[in-house]
Design a protein around this ligand. Structure first.
Ligand SMILES: *Cc1c(COP(=O)(O)O)cnc(C)c1O
Length: 351
C-alpha cells in the first residue's frame, strides 16, 4: 500500500485503482468496473442506476439491503422493497415470480431482483448456481434487472469451486467486497456493462464516493486477490470445527450441517443465559462473538483467528456455560481442552 503508484482517481488517473478495476472486471466476466469505498455504496449506486422512484426491489427478507443500509433504497432512489420470506436467504424462481407485481396503474413497478451471495443472516448460505440461473430466467421473462450483493462472493467461490465469473454471469450488476473475509481495510468493486458503469460514475461523484489517491486502498485489494482468496478455505474449515464443537455443549442449539462458509449462528436459549451476558464473559477472555438477538450469536471466522484460537473460543464457551449451570449433569468435551486449558493467545481477537 505504501508503495502504490497513485493519481487522481476522480479523473480516472490512479493507475492502481485502474488495475484493480480491470482485474475485478475480468474476474467477474464483466466489461467494466468501478472502485468504491464500501459495499453499501455499491448497493446504493446499483439501485440508483437500475431503479426510478416508485420502482420495487425484490429481495430476501433477511437481506443486508433491508436490515442494515439505513433504508438507502427508499431515501436515495425512492424505491420500495418487497422482502421475500426465505429460509437461509435463498428464494426460488417460484417465490420471486409470485412476488412480482402485475403492471397495474396503482401497483409498484417491480424492477430489480437482488441476490446476496453468500447470504449473511441466512448463516453464510451459498446460493446454488442452478437456483441463480432459474431466478435470472424469471428476471429476463419479466424484464427485470438482477443485481448481486457480493460482499462474500469469494467465500461462495471457494466453498463450491464455481468461478466468480460463472456466478456473476446472469447479473446486470455485481460487486465484490474487499473488507470482509479478504481482509482489506476498506473498499469494494462494482462491475457491469460499460453503460451501467458510466451511469454509476455519475452517482459515485454525486454521493461523494469519488476519491483522490485511493490507489493506496486499491493496492490492498490487488494484494488480497492474489494472496488472501485461498485462505478462505481455512476460515470455512475453522467455522465447521467451531460449529461441531459447540454443538456438543448442553443448551447450545445449531445445525452444524448448515455451516457452509465462515459464519456460525447459534442459539443459547436453553442454557438459561442471555447472549449479551455470555458475550461479556467471552470478551473478558479476549474472545469477541457478535450478538444477534437475546439468545442468538453470530460467530465469524476470518484470517486473524487461527485454529488454536477457534478451539480456545469453543472451549471458553463450554466452560462458561457449564460453570454457570451447576445443576446440570457434568459434561465434558471429548478431548482435554476444557480441563487442561489450551495456552491463552494474547492480543485482541475480533470476530
Ligand atoms: C458487509 C455487507 C455489506 C456492506 O459492505 P460494507 O463494505 O461494509 O459497506 C453489504 N452486504 C452484505 C451481505 C454484507 O455482509
Amino acid at each position: 500500500m505504501a508503495n502504490a503508484a497513485v493519481g487522481d482517481e476522480q479523473r480516472g488517473e490512479d493507475p492502481t485503482v485502474n488495475r484493480l478495476c480491470a482485474r475485478v472486471a475480468r474476474l467477474l466476466g464483466k466489461k467494466a468496473a468501478m472502485f468504491l469505498p464500501s459495499g453499501i455504496m455499491c448497493n446504493h449506486i446499483a439501485i440508483l442506476v437500475h431503479c426510478r422512484p416508485g420502482d420495487e426491489i425484490l429481495i430476501a427478507e433477511n437481506s443486508h439491503i433491508i436490515q442494515s443500509e439505513g433504508a438507502g433504497a427508499a431515501v436515495l432512489a425512492g424505491a420500495s422493497i418487497k422482502g421475500i420470506p426465505a429460509p437461509h436467504g435463498i428464494f426460488s424462481a417460484d417465490d420471486v415470480t409470485k412476488a412480482i407485481c402485475a403492471r397495474k396503474l396503482r401497483s409498484p413497478h417491480s424492477r430489480l431482483i437482488v441476490v446476496e451471495q453468500t447470504n449473511n443472516r441466512g448463516g453464510g448460505s451459498v446460493w446454488p448456481l442452478d437456483i441463480i440461473e432459474q431466478v435470472a430466467e424469471v428476471a429476463q421473462t419479466h424484464q427485470l434487472k438482477i443485481h448481486m450483493d457480493g460482499a462474500r462472493l469469494m467465500n461462495a467461490v471457494v466453498a463450491t469451486g464455481v468461478s466468480a465469473s460463472t456466478f456473476a454471469e446472469p447479473f446486470d450488476s455485481v460487486w465484490l467486497g474487499l473488507s470482509k473475509g479478504l481482509g482489506c481495510p476498506g473498499g469494494a468493486v462494482l462491475a457491469g456493462s460499460k453503460g451501467f458503469i458510466s451511469k454509476a460514475w455519475a452517482w459515485k461523484h454525486r454521493l461523494g464516493g469519488a476519491m483522490r489517491q485511493s490507489g493506496i486502498l486499491a493496492a490492498a485489494g490487488l494484494y488480497a486477490l492474489s494472496h488472501h482468496v485461498a485462505h478462505l478455505a481455512e476460515d470455512h474449515a475453522n467455522a465447521r470445527v467451531f460449529a461441531n464443537r459447540i454443538a456438543k455443549i448442553p443448551g447450545v442449539s445449531l445445525d452444524p450441517s448448515r455451516v457452509q462458509t465462515n459464519l456460525v449462528f447459534f442459539d443459547i436459549e436453553r442454557t438459561g443465559l442471555k447472549a449479551t451476558d455470555l458475550a461479556t464473559q467471552l470478551l473478558n477472555r479476549g474472545i469477541r462473538i457478535g450478538v444477534e438477538s437475546e439468545y442468538r450469536f453470530r460467530a465469524v471466522t476470518h484470517r486473524d483467528v487461527d485454529r488454536m484460537a477457534i478451539l480456545e473460543a469453543a472451549d471458553a464457551l463450554a466452560e462458561i456455560i457449564l460453570t454457570t449451570q451447576p445443576r446440570k449433569p457434568l459434561f465434558m468435551l471429548n478431548d482435554q481442552h476444557v480441563k487442561s486449558g489450551v495456552p491463552r493467545i494474547s492480543g485482541a481477537k475480533t470476530a
